[in-house]
Write a protein that binds this ligand. Structure first.
Ligand SMILES: NC(=O)C1=CN([C@@H]2O[C@H](COP(=O)(O)OP(=O)(O)OC[C@H]3O[C@@H](n4cnc5c(N)ncnc54)[C@H](OP(=O)(O)O)[C@@H]3O)[C@@H](O)[C@H]2O)C=CC1
Ligand SMILES: CC(=O)[C@@H](O)[C@H](O)COP(=O)(O)O
Ligand SMILES: [Mn+2]
Length: 379
C-alpha cells in the first residue's frame, strides 16, 4: 500500500487524485488531507478516506470543521498546517495540489522529509525552481510531474538519454479566447474566461490558460523538471488537447503522448510510477477524432508567453515576480475589479520595475513575492 498525503484535496486536482485513490483501494491509502476554505467537502473526504491528519486554511475554519471530524483526527491550519502534513506523517508521497506559490514551503518541507512529490503545483517550481530541484536532488526525492504536458514529456523520455533530445514541444489549447482578436479581448467577461474548451480545472489556471500565462509557467516548469535550456523548449498551439506534448530526438524521431483530456491519467501515472494500472478513463479513438490541428504560436497575440520566456531566461527573481504579479492580477480579474487585458498590463508593469536578484535564497524569493504582490495589488 502506498500512503498518500494530498495538499489541496478539495480542488480540481485534489478531488481527481482522490478519485484515483478510490479506483485502486488495494494500492493506496490516504495519510493526510489539506484543504483551504471548503470545509464541507473536506469533512466528507475525511469521513470517506479516514486520514490521520487534516489541515484547513485558518484557525477559524479549524474551529468550524472540528465537530464534523472524527475525534481521532489531528487537526491543523494555515501554512504551518500544510507544512505539518507535508513533513510529519507516514506518507510515501505528497501530492502538491494547492493553488499558487503558497505551496512552496510545504513542498520544500515534504522534500526535506524524503517524501516523493506528485507535483501539480507549478507556481512552486516557477517561483523557486533552483531551490526546489536542488533540495530534491540532494535528498534523492523524485519530483513526479502531474501537469499533463510534463507528464507527457516525462513518459516520452522514459528510458531515453537527455543528450539525445533535440527539443521538447509543449502543446497549448489556446484557452477560452483563442479565436478572438486582441481588440475583442477588451470586452470579455469572467464567465466567458472560465469556459475552457477542453479541460475542467480550477478558476485560476483556467484564466492562466486564456492569457497563455499557463503555458509560460509550464515552460519554466519544464526548464527545471527536465534541465533543458529555453531554446530547447517549444510551444505549439493544438486546439484539441489530444497530443499532450512531445519530444523530438537528434535523429528527428518524434515521440508523443496522446489521450483524451482527463487529468486522472497523469495523476495516476505519478502515483503508480514506474508501473501503470487500469483506468476508467475513456480510451482515445483516433478514428472518432478524425483530424487534429496545429498552429504556430503567435507571441504578439499572447504577449504573456513571450514575457514568461524572457523571465525564465533572465532567471533569478524574475520568474518569482512574473508569477506573483499574475496571481494577484488573476485574483483581481476574478473579483471583477479589472478587465481581462489588465492582467497582462499588470504583469508587464511589475516586470518593468523589477530589480532582479541573481541566485536568490529562500528569504530573497519570499521578499520578492511579497513586494511584487503589494505592487500588483495597487496598480
Ligand atoms: N486543474 C487542473 O487540471 C490542473 C492544475 N494544475 C495545477 O495544480 C494546482 C491546483 O490547481 P486546481 O486543482 O485547478 O486548483 P483549485 O482552485 O481547484 O484547487 C486549489 C486547492 O488548493 C486549496 N487552497 C488554496 N489556497 C490554499 C491555502 N492558502 N491553504 C491551503 N489550501 C489552499 C483549495 O482549497 P479550498 O477549495 O478548500 O479553498 C483547493 O483545495 C495549481 O498549481 C494548478 O496550476 C496543473 C495542471 C492541471
Ligand atoms: C490540464 C493541464 O495540464 C492544464 O495545464 C492544461 O494544459 C491547460 O490547457 P492549456 O494551457 O493548454 O489551455
Ligand atoms: Mn498543463
Amino acid at each position: 500500500m502506498k500512503r498518500i498525503t494530498v495538499l489541496g484535496s478539495t480542488g480540481s486536482i485534489g478531488t481527481q487524485t482522490l478519485d484515483v485513490v478510490s479506483m485502486h483501494p488495494d494500492q493506496f491509502v490516504v495519510e493526510a488531507l489539506a484543504g483551504g476554505a471548503n470545509i464541507k467537502l473536506l469533512a466528507e473526504q475525511a469521513q470517506l478516506y479516514k486520514p490521520k491528519k487534516v489541515s484547513v486554511g485558518t484557525k477559524q475554519l479549524a474551529e468550524e470543521i472540528r465537530p464534523l471530524l472524527s475525534s481521532d483526527i489531528e487537526l491543523h491550519w494555515g501554512n504551518e498546517g500544510l507544512v505539518e502534513l507535508a513533513a510529519n506523517t507516514e506518507a510515501d508521497m505528497v501530492v502538491t495540489a494547492v493553488m499558487g506559490s503558497v505551496g512552496l514551503h510545504s513542498t520544500l518541507a515534504a522534500i526535506e522529509a524524503g517524501k516523493q512529490i506528485g507535483l501539480a503545483n507549478k507556481e512552486t517550481l516557477v517561483t523557486a525552481g533552483h531551490l526546489v530541484t536542488e533540495r530534491a536532488r540532494a535528498k534523492g526525492v523524485p519530483l513526479l510531474p502531474i501537469d499533463s504536458e510534463h507528464s507527457a514529456v516525462f513518459q516520452c523520455l522514459n528510458g531515453e538519454r537527455m543528450k539525445d533530445v533535440a527539443h521538447i514541444t509543449l502543446t497549448a489549447s489556446g484557452g477560452s479566447f483563442r479565436d478572438l482578436t486582441r481588440e475583442q479581448l477588451r470586452e470579455v467577461t469572467v464567465e466567458d474566461a472560465l469556459k475552457h474548451p477542453n479541460w475542467s480545472m480550477g478558476a485560476k489556471i483556467t484564466i492562466d490558460s486564456a492569457t497563455m500565462v499557463n503555458k509560460g509557467l509550464e515552460v519554466i516548469e519544464a526548464h527545471w523538471l527536465f534541465g533543458l535550456d529555453y531554446e530547447h523548449i517549444h510551444v505549439l498551439l493544438h486546439p484539441e488537447s489530444i497530443i499532450h506534448s512531445y519530444v523530438e530526438f537528434q535523429d528527428t524521431s518524434i515521440v508523443a503522448q496522446l489521450g483524451n483530456p482527463d487529468m486522472r491519467v497523469p495523476i495516476q501515472y505519478a502515483l503508480t510510477y514506474p508501473e501503470r494500472m487500469k483506468s476508467p478513463v475513456k480510451p482515445l479513438s483516433l478514428a472518432e477524432v478524425g483530424a487534429i490541428h496545429f498552429r504556430e504560436m503567435d507571441f504578439d497575440r499572447f504577449p504573456c508567453l513571450r514575457l514568461a520566456f524572457e523571465c525564465g531566461k533572465i532567471g533569478g527573481t524574475a520568474p518569482t515576480a512574473f508569477n506573483a504579479a499574475n496571481e494577484i492580477a488573476v485574483a483581481r480579474f476574478l473579483r471583477g475589479e479589472i478587465p481581462f487585458l489588465h492582467i497582462e498590463a499588470i504583469i508587464e508593469h511589475v516586470l518593468e520595475q523589477h530589480v532582479n536578484i541573481a541566485n536568490p535564497d529562500l528569504s530573497a524569493i519570499e521578499a520578492c513575492d511579497h513586494e511584487t504582490r503589494s505592487i500588483a495589488a495597487r496598480l
